[in-house]
Design a protein around this ligand. Structure first.
Ligand code: GAR
Length: 229
């Protein structure tokens, strides 16, 4: 019995059929990599509900990790309140104070390195990142996007899906590459669009799924597999 509610996951399934070239999903008790505690640096711009879901999953033993630092770019972002409550260092790097995206990303890298982050987790980070960040943590930057990629890339993804008339949307955790919302997909969850949905009700149901898949996707991306207990 896994600790994740996998009913909503469409990628990967509970016990995925895996091709010969794919790494196995490991049992962390048997696999030494899974026992390594991963150090995460989280980047957020807004309310930080995904940030908190990741921290709570760590507290629940579902992800063998430590959040060493939260970086936020908007001084009024309420994610900082969650960080204070959860006793996680929070650093504000106000994007308005940097002349270019690259200079902001260089400052982000410096903070992440100083807090010894192994992986970078963008959790509602509303800025486009540059190769300065991506190349500093090769294949170790993750993002969550509120659509079933490759559909509805970019900003206002929930509105895009809502207005398009699709009956199913969802959320995607993916690796970050220089092209926006285009890196390899780690995990997705599907969310139906109901006839009486508003943007707000759809977003609320979507976020429930985000909070389930993001910690699980991190565990898979860092090589822990899905932790069973
Ligand atoms: C999440 O829904 C996430 O998918 C979205 O921002 C929200 C942040 O919520 N990210 C993007 O749109 C990135 N393009 P949170 O602050 O409550 O975690």
């Amino acid at each position: 019995m896994t600790t994740w509610d996998q009913a909503a996951l469409i990628s990967p399934p509970i016990r995925p059929m895996r091709g010969p070239s794919e790494p196995p999903i490991v049992n962390p008790i048997e696999h030494p990599i899974a026992n390594q505690r991963v150090r995460l640096g989280i980047m957020a711009s807004g309310s930080g509900s995904n940030f908190e879901a990741i921290v709570q999953a760590i507290h629940a033993g579902q992800l063998n990790a430590e959040v060493t630092v939260l970086i936020y770019n908007n001084p009024t972002a309420t994610v900082v309140d969650r960080a204070t409550r959860l006793n996680i260092p929070a650093i504000c790097l106000n994007h308005r104070k940097f002349a270019t995206r690259e200079l902001l990303d260089q400052a982000i890298v410096e903070v992440l390195v100083s807090y010894q982050a192994d992986w970078v987790v963008m959790a509602g980070w509303m800025r486009i990142v540059t190769p300065v960040l991506i190349h500093a943590f090769p294949n170790r930057v993750l993002n969550i996007h509120p659509s079933l990629l490759p559909s509805f890339k970019g900003s206002k993804a929930i509105e895009q899906a809502f207005q398009s008339g699709v009956k199913i949307t969802g959320c995607t955790v993916h690796h970050v590459v220089t092209e926006v919302d285009s890196g390899d997909i780690v995990m997705q969850a599907a969310v139906p669009v109901l006839t009486n949905d508003t943007l707000e009700t759809l977003q609320a149901r979507l976020q429930i799924q985000e909070h389930k898949i993001y910690p699980a996707a991190i565990a898979i991306a860092v090589g822990q597999g899905i932790i069973e207990n």
